[in-house]
Design a protein around this ligand. Structure first.
Ligand code: HEM
Length: 151
């Protein structure tokens, strides 16, 4: 995985000073923009969850130059998310929310360069997490299911 690391590292260094503000903003935005994912978190302690989410972002940013470490950790994370009831369609929702919460938290420090770097990083993260999963074909490509079978 080749990523544009500099904007990721510099923006994340700023974000670390506002961890609580960022995670609070992330979950409130996620649940207001995408209320359909709320039930997935019903048995989850949100204060602990926020710390885990932030720790996983720390892991990603700290290992940008170590693709093997990153790939192993993210595949495992993807596998566990299947058990949490997470579907592939939920990943873009979390991605959009992540960028929105970062832009709200970083205010003027959020630049188009940084946005592009995080959008690229999130799609790479999603791809690797989904490599750790085995969703049935109809979940990965729902459109194909609506095609009537020829008789
Ligand atoms: C970049 C993508 C994501 C990252 C880095 C991430 C990170 C994490 C981490 C570190 C945990 C703690 C548990 C563990 O390590 O297995 C977790 C749990 C969880 N994540 Fe994610 N996640 C991502 C995407 C998603 C998506 C797309 C959803 C769906 C809305 C989601 C929903 C959940 C839920 C419901 C739990 C709690 C599971 C439980 O304790 O019952 N995550 N996530």
């Amino acid at each position: 995985m080749s990523l544009n690391t500099n904007p990721l590292e510099t923006s994340f260094a700023l974000l670390r000073d506002y961890e609580n503000e960022f995670t609070t903003c992330f979950y409130s935005t996620l649940f207001s923009d995408y209320p359909q994912v709320k039930p997935l978190f019903k048995a989850v302690r949100m204060d602990e969850q926020a710390k885990k989410l932030f720790a996983s972002l720390v892991l990603v940013v700290n290992n940008l130059t170590k693709p093997d470490v990153l790939t192993n950790a993210l595949k495992g994370l993807g596998t566990r998310h299947v058990k949490y009831g997470v579907l592939p369609e939920h990943y873009p929702m979390v991605g959009a929310t992540l960028l929105k919460a970062m832009s709200i938290t970083l205010k003027d420090n959020w630049t188009p360069d940084i946005e592009e770097a995080w959008a690229g990083a999130y799609s790479a993260i999603t791809e690797i997490m989904l490599e750790g999963t085995e969703y049935p074909e109809e979940i990965l490509s729902p459109d194909r299911q609506s095609t009537p079978l020829s008789v």
